[in-house]
Write a new protein. Structure first.
Length: 352
């Protein structure tokens, strides 16, 4: 149960909602029990104030998939007794409709300056982002509190006032705008123009007690030059990501400062996949100076979600919020290994 001075998040990622009718039943076998699980957890004292979705809402980035996603989000929020304004979403690589681009139209840059110039130019930026048109139309139609900046370059900036009185600066960033092929490891970027501009907009809203940055790809997946540049802007913040369908993260302290990075598992990977679907809760507990994660996984043989005892310390993991400590990871090595499930998804999605 959360303490009085605490703020809780439900963090899910990688829903991959497909409009293929063959997928409808299989998806219900996993996502319907997910909604039932969060209802049960709520009765036991886990009460997230917001839901964070770190990308890959859709599978091909088309509106018919987002219409199905809206049904799921409505049911999920209803189960938590939350309004639409409590949902925060950023795009992932599967939210890009790649049919909007020529096959050879793959952005590449010699240096950060070239990248920043293109992002700053409205005409160039519009062309780069056209594959995300249905995603942003979906957001504008149903979740107007997620107001984009610079014509969809920055998904949203929000100063959320939590029930415990803390101000939470939530910055939604777009790490998917360069995605044209699979795999795209270390060839994509967020872009310094996007990050710096977003933080300038957040500053206008006041000083948050906690800043949380959302984007789809883990830092390790970005073009090295962009990763190093963006890293300087993320010091002393929390990063929430997805993409690799695995759970990873913890406290990072290095020569550039310190941050927390938490990567969610895939919420829907198929009803019969050997790699389990996962999600987790994150609690910011100022009373006890802790960030705590509570992990859940889908047990396919029983068609239910349970405590993920294989992750963390028997399904939980706590980190000191402010005291510097050695780097700790929730699971896996310091540099995340690409899970088998993600390799499978790469093979499946290359065709489109």
């Amino acid at each position: 149960m959360a303490h009085k001075d605490a703020f809780q998040i439900l963090h899910i990622s990688d829903l991959h909602i497909n409009d293929d009718k063959k997928e409808k039943f299989g998806r219900s076998l996993v996502l319907d029990p997910l909604i039932e699980r969060v209802k049960q957890d709520k009765q036991k004292g886990i009460q997230p104030e917001i839901v964070v979705v770190t990308g890959d809402v859709a599978y091909k980035g088309v509106m018919s998939e987002y219409e199905l996603a809206k049904v799921f989000f409505d049911e999920l929020l209803s189960g938590l007794n939350l309004s639409d304004e409590r949902l925060f979403i950023v795009p992932g690589n599967h939210d890009v409709n790649r049919n909007k681009y020529r096959p050879k139209d793959i952005p590449a840059y010699e240096n950060v300056q070239e990248l920043n110039i293109e992002l700053e130019n409205e005409d160039y930026r519009g062309d780069l982002l056209k594959g995300l048109g249905d995603y942003f139309d979906f957001i504008k139609s149903h979740y107007p509190h997620l107001k984009s900046y610079h014509k969809n370059m920055i998904p949203f900036i929000n100063m959320y006032h939590s029930n415990c009185g803390k101000k939470i600066g939530i910055v939604g960033l777009n790490s998917a705008w360069m995605c044209r092929k699979s795999p795209d490891e270390k060839t994509i970027a967020i872009g310094e123009f996007q990050v710096k501009t977003a933080l300038q907009e957040l500053k206008k809203m006041g000083r948050p007690d906690q800043q949380i940055n959302l984007f789809h790809h883990p830092l390790s997946w970005l073009w090295a030059t962009d990763r190093n540049r963006c890293r300087t802007y993320f010091n002393n913040t929390v990063l929430l990501t997805g993409h690799l369908h695995d759970v990873h993260g913890g406290y990072v302290e290095d020569l550039d400062g310190s941050l927390f990075e938490f990567q969610a598992g895939g919420a829907y990977l198929g009803s019969e996949e050997s790699w389990p679907s996962r999600f987790h809760y994150i609690t910011f507990d100022w009373d006890n100076n802790q960030i705590r994660l509570d992990f859940r996984r889908f047990v396919k043989d029983k068609r239910k979600w349970s405590v993920d005892g294989e992750t963390g310390d028997d399904g939980k993991k706590s980190f000191n919020m402010s005291r510097k400590e050695k780097r700790t990871v929730v699971s896996g090595a310091t540099t995340p290994q690409i899970p088998e499930t993600y390799c499978h998804w790469i093979n499946e999605c290359c065709a489109y």
